[in-house]
Write a protein that binds this ligand. Structure first.
Ligand SMILES: Cc1cc2nc3c(=O)[nH]c(=O)nc-3n(C[C@H](O)[C@H](O)[C@H](O)COP(=O)(O)O)c2cc1C
Length: 455
């Protein structure tokens, strides 16, 4: 693969008139190339292997892409494949969007600079096609084999200032894949791929400027990168979406994460062996105890039962309780009991087990009547459920699966006995925690339907 040239010359093409919708851009450029640029060696215009760099603005004007500025928002919508940033809830500031071409640009490249007052200019509809059209036309008119690069100005998310980049290319290796080649020290280049067409655009901008009315430049010295065919165009520079680590802005990503946090939680009953870092559980409990609760209390306790022997002792004791209940209260036969309890025990096989409790001592207000004491108790029950749901959502937000299992609720005494807990601690089930074995099925949004009554 060829490397760029060691010496370049870049010259603006002088003398172009104001381009409008009825201009023949190809003819205008072709004509000016008879007189300029004048090169240091005395040659004039373009020759084989040169790169003609054209500001998208005049291409767009000639293609009739001028619009009234009035409907700017609607225009922006029409040019937007998706909003990347700035389209958040407050809608403030500039919108960074992915255009239908795949370019990620502020306001889809819609611009009012160098455009008559009250008008804006869209990007060319298909800048690669525009570049191919100019290239073929110049070959026809002047008999030269040049490359064409159409440029527009881009901001950079991590750097101040803007630079011109290529949005349309014909006849130039827009992206030079150097992977597999060796540097001067013999090291193999792994990912090097200079964006040649963008570098050409930047070089041309240096001689064209933004205010001098020079929208076309010629770059000489890149002959080895100029191709006989049109090639893939600037489309070769568009990063495929699946390789894009920054498909949305930070605020948009937070918004999306917040919206998905609750519905993204699913009951996960099968886990991988991947160890769960204890700090993730601690962080999740820290989130859980931000639940709302009556009287500014924090009545929740979570036991992270890490000791395997204690876990087994607890689950064995609970199983014994269950069997006793099935035998005495449900009059199950031994055979039916065996069948019933044989079901996979999620709490036994989960990598981690968290046991939520409500510690009511001193939390409830004391009323002289049963009714209000019952209501008071209900308040705390609600807040217990809220804290456990918080925990499940917090775990899910950290990539952890969980299943809230009711069994401890039915064996409160036993749980307290085996773990040596105070009498007032009411078990809120057990939460099996681990990395999900399978991807949780996507749940379609639930219809609000009868669940929401608006009065
Ligand atoms: C208080 C409570 C107790 C639960 N107990 C069990 C249980 O003992 N075993 C079980 O497999 N799932 C249990 N679940 C989980 C539900 O079955 C689960 O939430 C339901 O299937 C809906 O699935 P989803 O959580 O993915 O939306 C319990 C859920 C709650 C809220």
């Amino acid at each position: 693969m060829t490397e760029p040239s060691a010496a370049l010359q870049v010259a603006a093409l002088p003398g172009l008139p104001e381009i409008a919708a009825d201009s023949d851009l190809l003819a205008e450029i072709g004509e000016r190339l008879h007189d300029g640029p004048v090169w240091p060696d005395g040659s004039i215009g373009c020759r084989d292997g040169d790169v003609l760099v054209v500001a998208s603005k005049i291409v767009a004007k000639a293609e009739g892409r001028t619009r009234h500025a009035m409907g700017r928002e609607e225009l922006l919508d029409s040019q937007t494949a998706e909003t990347v940033a700035g389209g958040g809830t407050d809608g403030a500031g500039v919108r960074i969007v992915r255009t239908h071409h795949g370019f990620v640009m502020a306001a889809a490249g819609i611009d009012n600079s160098n455009t008559p007052n009250g008008n804006v200019l869209l990007l060319p509809e298909d800048p690669d096609a525009s570049a191919r059209h100019l290239r073929a036309g110049l070959q026809r008119l002047l008999g030269v084999e040049v490359a064409v690069v159409i440029t527009d100005t881009f901001g950079r998310p991590w750097r101040l200032g803007q630079t011109d980049q290529a949005i349309g290319v014909a006849g130039l290796k827009a992206l030079l894949d150097l992977a597999g080649q060796r540097d001067s020290h013999g090291n193999e280049l792994m990912v090097s791929a200079p964006a040649i067409a963008d570098e050409v655009a930047g070089a041309a901008e240096l001689v064209c400027g933004k205010t001098s009315g020079l929208p076309v430049a010629v770059v000489r010295g890149l002959g080895p990168l100029v191709t006989t065919t049109d090639g893939p165009g600037a489309a070769a520079l568009v990063r495929p979406k699946h390789e894009d680590l920054f498909t949305m802005g930070t605020r948009e990503a937070f918004d999306a994460g917040r919206r998905a946090a609750v519905s993204g939680r699913r009951t996960i009953r099968f886990f991988t062996d991947r160890p769960v870092p204890a700090e993730l559980i601690a962080e999740s409990v820290s989130d859980a105890i931000t639940a709302p609760s009556p009287h500014h209390t924090t009545p929740w306790r979570f036991i992270h039962l890490r000791d395997r022997n204690r876990r087994q002792a607890l689950l064995d004791a609970m199983l014994a309780d269950w069997i006793a209940d099935l035998a005495t209260l449900d009059s199950y036969s031994d055979e039916n009991i065996a069948k019933r309890v044989q079901r996979g025990d999620i709490l036994r096989r989960a990598p981690e087990l968290v046991l939520p409790f409500l510690a009511l001592a001193d939390a409830c207000h004391d009323y002289p009547d049963e009714r209000r004491n019952g209501c008071e108790r209900d308040l705390f029950l609600m807040s217990g459920g809220a804290a456990v749901q918080n925990l499940l959502v917090a775990l899910s937000a950290r990539g952890l699966g969980s299943a809230w299992i009711s069994s401890t609720v039915f064996a409160a005494e036993t749980v307290r006995d085996v773990l040596g807990l105070p009498d007032g601690w009411q078990p809120y089930g057990g939460v099996a925690v681990g990395y999900p074995r399978d991807q949780a099925p996507q749940r379609p949004p639930r219809e609000v339907g009868d669940h929401l009554i608006v009065m």
